[in-house]
Design a protein around this ligand. Structure first.
Ligand code: FAD
Length: 432
């Protein structure tokens, strides 16, 4: 049979290898452990969970629950391992990490067509199709090879993520639509009085921060400082930074507010808005509490909270096709977190697709891309959407999905997205 190479035996690489051998190709899976460990990896096993042992919610009407059901339907090795190693965790799917990783390692080792090579890969000089799934802590030499391929600007080592809110949780009686100096009306603006600003400033500068991981330094780029770091520099700093009010007139008062927070549309459907320049390392609970002090965001529901993390990822839009290979180098696929998704199962899903497609390319079969209505398809759409101005890694969430037709009450929306997704998945599988 034809051969493919996979680099990285994490969640994505293991899933890719499993799917590829199921497609009838031989797989050479390169994993640098135990010869070399990233700063977060410790176990020689494949499919190691580097942090939490939770794969998040099982609720079938949540986006992550839906992704689980899709992966199950698609014969995912990682979901099989989770079923075999699950531990009680209420509505979440949590696993015994040792049993989980052992299941994955043994399942792959038993496959006659999978060869596991314990070796670091530094170059991209494969003659067969290859999947790179080296994860958020990709080694420097591999990062350098990817940078040569994509260009310096396209590879990121940190993500500085601003929180994202659902549009329908914003109080539109308070926020107003405008761009600075009357140059259009692309932004929603939360207006603050001086008293509002004082309250917010006080809460921000006394809120609790997320602990730094041992291998992360509190060293940030001046261009994207966390808001609490800016605030700590002085009472006025934010007023000259992301909260500056100049060029904005509040139509409710006819005056320029004391401060503003600008919200920028995040997706085509306008269901998600990000808080411009509001990357933050506050603890998640603290973010909700502090940001809900902003006028217009009292009831805000967050699709994603802010963070500043070490994370290697490619600026995928414009570089990757919807089949997860490079447009400029079709034999080379990316899988996992390095594609610009965030999370264990999101990474797994991007491994599934890269593995299937690398195998199909090796067998000269047409490549596949899941329908955009599915959770997997929505993630592919996120990482290949060239219309997003400020591309950042994302967990799966319904804001990434094409809008539902008509008005569906909020309570039933998750179930409606999920039902549509599973139907689209079945129709897609039937067509294959
Ligand atoms: P990984 O699982 O990291 O796998 C990559 C593999 O490639 C590793 O085994 C590594 O040893 C190997 N490798 C790297 N470079 C090379 C090379 N050059 N040659 C050969 N092998 C190589 N997500 C969550 O959902 N929940 C969490 O709690 C969570 N915590 C995280 C904590 C940390 C510290 C980090 C960095 C990320 C965390 N994530 C979390 C995000 C992400 O979901 C996980 O990192 C996930 O494991 C990514 O899967 P992956 O397969 O893309 O990469």
């Amino acid at each position: 049979p034809a051969l493919i190479n996979i680099v990285g035996g994490g969640l994505a690489g293991a899933e890719a290898a499993w799917q590829a051998q199921r497609q009838g190709v031989r797989v050479c899976l390169f994993e640098m452990k135990p010869e070399r460990f990233s700063p977060a990896h410790q176990s020689p096993l494949l499919g190691e969970l580097v942090c939490s042992n939770s794969l998040r919610s099982e609720a079938p009407d949540s986006a992550i629950g839906l992704l689980k059901n899709e992966l199950r339907r698609l014969g995912s090795l990682i979901m099989g391992a989770a079923a075999a190693s699950r531990v009680p965790a209420g509505k979440a799917l949590a696993v015994d990490r040792q049993a989980f990783a052992r299941f994955i390692t043994e399942a792959l080792a038993e496959q006659p067509d999978v060869e596991i090579v314990r070796q670091e890969v530094t170059a991209l000089n494969f003659s067969e199709p290859a999947v790179i799934a080296t994860g958020p802590l990709t080694t420097d030499s591999m990062a350098e090879s990817l940078r040569e391929l994509t260009g310096r600007e396209q590879l990121h080592f940190y993500d500085a993520i601003s929180p994202i809110v659902f549009a329908d949780s914003i109080n539109h009686d308070i926020v107003f639509r405008a761009s600075r100096y009357g140059a259009g009306d692309d932004y929603l603006n939360c207006p603050l009085t001086e008293a509002d600003y004082q309250t917010f400033y006080q809460a921000l500068t006394t809120a609790e921060l997320m602990p730094l991981r041992t291998f992360e330094e509190a060293r940030f780029f001046e261009g994207c400082l966390p808001i609490e770091v800016m605030a700590a520099r002085g009472y006025q700093t934010l007023l000259f930074g992301p909260m500056k009010p100049v060029g904005l007139m509040d139509p409710h008062t006819g005056r320029q507010p004391f401060a503003v927070v600008q919200l920028r549309q995040e997706n085509r459907e306008g269901e998600l808005y990000n808080l411009v320049g509001f990357q933050t390392r506050l603890k998640y609970g603290e973010q909700r509490r502090v940001l809900r002090l902003l006028p217009g965001l009292e009831q805000a529901e967050f699709a994603r909270l802010g963070s500043v993390h070490r994370n290697t990822f490619i600026h995928s839009p414009g570089l990757l096709t919807r089949f997860l290979n490079f447009a400029a180098r079709p034999q080379l696929f990316l899988g996992g977190q390095i594609t610009g998704v965030e999370g264990y199962l999101e990474s797994t899903a991007m491994g599934w697709l890269a593995g299937v497609n690398a195998a199909r390319l090796a067998r000269q079969q047409p490549l596949l891309s899941p329908p955009p209505e599915t959770a997997m398809g929505a993630l592919v759409r996120h990482i290949t959407n060239t219309e997003v101005r400020d591309f950042q890694p994302m967990n799966v969430n319904f804001g990434l999905f094409p809008a539902l037709p008509g008005r569906v009450p909020k309570k039933g929306r998750g179930a409606a997205y999920a039902q549509r997704a599973l139907e689209a998945l079945e129709a897609w599988l039937a067509r294959l």
